[in-house]
Design a protein around this ligand. Structure first.
Ligand code: SAH
Ligand code: SF4
Length: 347
């Protein structure tokens, strides 16, 4: 199966609507192996804080969920988790948190980045996933050593976005943030949730066209998992399976955009124990093992049944190696593994 880069959204939708996806996924995996080898890159995920100023209607740690016990890792704890990841040759880390827009938080992240950069230089990839910020904040963090940023658009359809967010959350602002990040020299990642209430196959086809048209370097997509303490909990799911559709989305994205990094997300593993492996076998090439200290993990529940909340990083590391080997792939230990799509450009 050949997919042209300029495939139309209508053609994308036709492929996504076909549940007989064995050939699609096999072809996407062949493409991944041909370009990137039988290797999976790691990003050690540090969930720095669950304090969030936003109220996304689907998210378990939204500001309005009073049942969440809020925490913020200290500077030392974040640097310690980053050090563990570096010493265990993860190659890259991601600092993720709820969205906080104030000087104290900006300065804390800046200090943490400076310490990590001083200690590990360019050997350790440092990605941020800290939500929408001003251009100045993004610039300060870039100067302090961050070089990649993940900000999911959540849906490329502004109308669907509006239905899953409060009125003061803006699709346009999010999109502008992606442009700003790119302009500042970040390697930029975005993504969507799959299986959102009211989402159609045409929306998902539009998502792939959005990734292509925005020229993003990294993509993280996962099934939407309803959280009982959120306003969207009872909303009806679309007719397609979020799990199967996520694998199909990964496969079609790989065929359309061969040189981007695609994450096989933990949310896939929340649905099926081997979900992340199936993501790799559908064309993904990145996994984000949790390296958050064990004591905080249960409080960072974006969605329910999140895997690895009772394990520590050591245990996750061993389990991961076995799982990846079981599908005939190897872990790219110690490699920063920047996306091919971003190489050669000045960063
Ligand atoms: N606050 C930052 C980063 C943390 S949230 C931000 O919003 O960008 C990271 C991602 O978790 C979000 O982009 C969203 O796509 C995902 N997420 C949140 N709630 C979810 C749910 N119920 N099911 C699946 N994914 C969810
Ligand atoms: Fe906050 Fe991110 Fe959750 Fe939205 S998705 S409520 S910004 S943590």
């Amino acid at each position: 199966m050949h997919v042209d880069r300029d495939i139309t959204p209508a053609e994308l939708a036709k492929i996504l609507a076909d549940s007989d996806d064995t050939a699609l996924r096999a072809e996407a995996y062949r493409q991944k192996v041909a370009l990137l080898g039988k290797k999976v890159a790691l990003r050690g995920l540090i969930e720095c804080s669950n304090i969030c100023g936003k109220n996304c209607l689907y998210c378990g740690i939204r500001g309005g969920n009073a049942k969440v016990v809020r925490y913020r890792m200290t500077e030392d704890e974040i640097v310690e988790a980053a050090t563990w990841a570096a010493e265990n040759r993860y190659g890259s880390i991601v600092l993720q948190a709820g969205e906080i827009q104030n000087e104290a938080n900006t300065a804390l992240v800046e200090r943490v980045l400076t310490r990590i950069h001083t200690q590990f230089g360019d050997d350790l990839g440092v990605t941020l996933s800290l939500g929408e910020q001003t251009e100045d904040v993004y610039r300060r963090w870039r100067a302090a050593g961050a070089h990649r940023y993940l900000l999911r658009i959540e849906s490329s359809n502004p109308e669907l976005y509006a239905r899953i967010h409060p009125a003061d959350h803006s699709w346009q602002t999010r999109r502008e943030c992606l442009c700003t990040l790119k302009r500042l020299g970040y390697i930029v990642g975005t993504g969507v949730m799959i299986g959102l209430p009211g989402q159609t196959v045409a929306d998902l086809a539009g998502d792939i066209a959005f990734f292509r048209d925005e020229g993003v370097d990294m993509i993280g997509m996962g099934p939407y998992l309803p959280h009982p303490e959120t306003p969207l909990a009872a909303a009806a799911a679309p007719a397609f399976s979020a799990y199967a559709m996520t694998l199909r989305m990964i496969a079609l994205t790989r065929l359309c955009l061969p040189d981007v990094n695609i994450a096989s997300t933990t949310a896939l593993q929340a649905i099926a124990p081997d979900g992340r492996e199936q993501g790799i076998l559908s064309g993904a090439n990145v996994i984000m093992p949790n390296v958050t200290p064990r004591k905080y993990r249960e409080e960072y529940l974006l969605y329910p049944n999140k895997p690895c909340t009772h394990e520590d990083s050591e245990l996750c590391r061993g389990c991961l190696g076995r799982r990846i080997h079981s599908i005939g792939e190897e872990i790219a230990w110690g490699e920063r593994a920047d996306p091919l799509h971003a190489r050669g450009e000045e960063r």
